[in-house]
Write a protein that binds this ligand. Structure first.
Ligand SMILES: [Zn+2]
Length: 85
C-alpha cells in the first residue's frame, strides 16, 4: 500500500517537470504570437494569467502561467515604436 502512495506522489511531481513533449517549438511560438498571446502554447487553454513583469533596456518579459496545465513561460516584449499622445 505504501508503494501505491509513493507512485501517486511521484506522478504529482512529474506533472510539473519539463519533459521532451513540453519543448516549445518555433511553430508553437508562432501560433501563440498569432493568437495574440491569449492561449496556452502547450495545451491551448485560454485560462492563462500574466504574473510578474521584468523590465530590461527597451523590452520587458512577463511570466505567464497556464491555470489548466500549470506550465509557465515568458512573454517577451520589445519597444518597437512610439506615438505622439
Ligand atoms: Zn496550458
Amino acid at each position: 500500500m505504501d508503494t501505491a502512495k509513493q507512485t501517486q506522489k511521484e506522478d504529482a511531481v512529474n506533472l510539473h517537470l519539463p519533459n521532451k513533449e513540453d519543448t516549445l517549438t518555433e511553430e508553437m511560438k508562432q501560433e501563440y504570437i498569432n493568437n495574440g498571446g491569449n492561449i496556452c502554447p502547450y495545451c491551448k487553454s485560454d485560462d492563462i494569467t500574466a504574473e510578474d513583469t521584468d523590465y530590461f533596456g527597451s523590452g520587458q518579459s512577463t511570466r505567464v502561467l497556464c491555470n489548466n496545465c500549470e506550465r509557465y513561460w515568458f512573454d517577451i516584449y520589445t519597444l518597437t515604436d512610439i506615438q505622439e499622445a
